[in-house]
Design a protein around this ligand. Structure first.
Ligand SMILES: *Cc1c(COP(=O)(O)O)cnc(C)c1O
Length: 397
């Protein structure tokens, strides 16, 4: 008879099988047991046929991966610790010394920082292109280009590019395309199948931190493909770099994911109403929201997302240049319901002022506005309460 200290570890009790409940079971593991040495030797961590080690997947991470692949219309999915880690996984899987990556000038800022601060150390060069001009992308593709990033809408400035045209340019040259699909979230458009045309990007990267989490409390990213060869390459790099995710965070995402469609539509409805209202205010020179006709690339949004009629609950405004930076700062500080903070997709509405002049490469596509830009992420509060908050803050300027 074993002593209790041993029995508590090697306990014979097995709960009855077939427990069924709304949420899937949560499995925590670094170590995974094998039945015998033969099973240990035979196990292939590269497939989902079995389990090898926590880093290579558990029933919990496989379940989230499969649901996310379904959301975006892909077949292979990998989880990483943040949206930015998803971007770096793609870079390290497909770029080597001597290669070049092309990044749109309105891309998520840290994607550019990865290129200048890390990829450059490995002899990988990068160039910025004008996302709104497929001819500029065409002109910048070279024999060294191995990867092209696309993003719709652009981060912060919200221009909506002609995504199918950008992808066509790359496909004609056999260059891999990777989309930062955080804005579309797999809901506004199908990244692997634009308008059921069968045409789409090769890789979709998603900051699960945003809408899939929906709580402002989780960091995670995914890399999804529909191409087994690309998935294989990503999986190898993923393993070598040791990108694991915490099962508690996976559990939170599995809980949030079923409501993503309802939440996304609610964020969208409120955001559009507030964007339209702000476009009628004399303090505002330009509202940047792809579903608004006066916003750059609106026709591209309509062509790609007209069928779903969906947009993320995110927009920016450019204040009239007669308002100083201090006045715009005062507007932001005067808001009560809107909080100052980065990220988006959670229940709380957020606001961030940006100096776009500092973020853009003046040689690519000069930023045409003089006034200060403020980016709004619309939460799940009541639209009239948010409008009243904006109104009182505008009067404080
Ligand atoms: C937030 C965000 C990311 C990065 O996600 P993190 O989880 O914060 O690293 C990447 N791309 C876009 C467009 C984002 O908004």
């Amino acid at each position: 008879m074993s002593k209790p200290s041993t029995t508590l570890i090697h306990h014979p009790y097995k709960p009855p099988a077939n427990f069924a409940a709304p949420q899937p079971g949560i499995y925590k593991a670094s170590t995974v047991f094998f039945a015998d040495v033969a099973a240990m030797r035979a196990r292939d961590w590269k497939t989902k046929a079995g389990y090898t080690y926590g880093l290579h997947g558990t029933p919990t991470t496989f379940t989230l991966e499969e649901r996310l692949a379904t959301l975006e219309g892909g077949t292979g999915c990998l989880l990483v610790p943040s949206g930015l880690a998803a971007i770096s996984l793609v870079a390290f899987a497909f770029l080597k010394s001597g290669d070049e990556v092309l990044i749109p000038d309105n891309a998520y800022g840290p994607n550019k920082a990865l290129a200048t601060g890390e990829l450059a150390n490995f002899g990988i060069t990068h160039r910025m292109y004008d996302a709104m001009n497929p001819a500029d992308l065409q002109a910048k593709l070279s024999d060294r280009t191995r990867l092209v990033w696309v993003e719709a809408a652009g981060s912060v400035t919200m221009e909506f590019p002609d995504l199918p045209a950008l992808v066509d340019v790359c496909r004609a040259r056999g260059v891999v395309t990777a989309l930062d699909n955080t804005w579309g979230a797999g809901l506004a458009f199908a990244p692997f199948d634009f308008n059921s045309s069968g045409q789409g990007v090769d890789i979709s990267v998603h900051a699960l931190t945003k809408y899939p989490s929906g709580g402002g409390d989780v960091l995670m990213g995914s890399v999804i493909t529909r191409d087994e060869r690309l998935h294989r390459a990503l999986k190898l790099t993923h393993m070598r770099m040791g990108f694991g995710v915490g099962v508690g965070d996976v559990e939170t995402l599995l809980r949030s994911l079923p409501s993503i469609g309802l939440r996304y539509a609610a964020h969208d409805r409120t955001a559009r109403e507030l964007a339209r209202w702000l476009s009628g205010r004399e303090e505002i020179a330009q509202v940047l929201h792809p579903a608004l006709e006066e916003s750059p690339g609106h026709e591209n949004w309509r062509a790609l997302c007209g069928e779903t009629d969906l947009a993320a609950g995110l927009f920016s405004v450019v204040f009239d240049a007669s308002y100083s930076t201090e006045q715009v700062d005062r507007f932001c500080d005067s808001l009560n319901l809107f909080r100052l903070g980065y990220s988006w997709g959670g229940p709380v509405s957020l606001v961030v002022p940006y100096d776009i002049g500092l973020m853009r490469d003046a040689n690519v596509a000069p930023w045409p506005h003089k006034g200060t830009l403020v980016r709004f992420s619309i939460g799940l509060e009541d639209v009239e309460d948010l409008r009243a908050d904006l109104q009182q803050a505008l009067l404080q300027m």
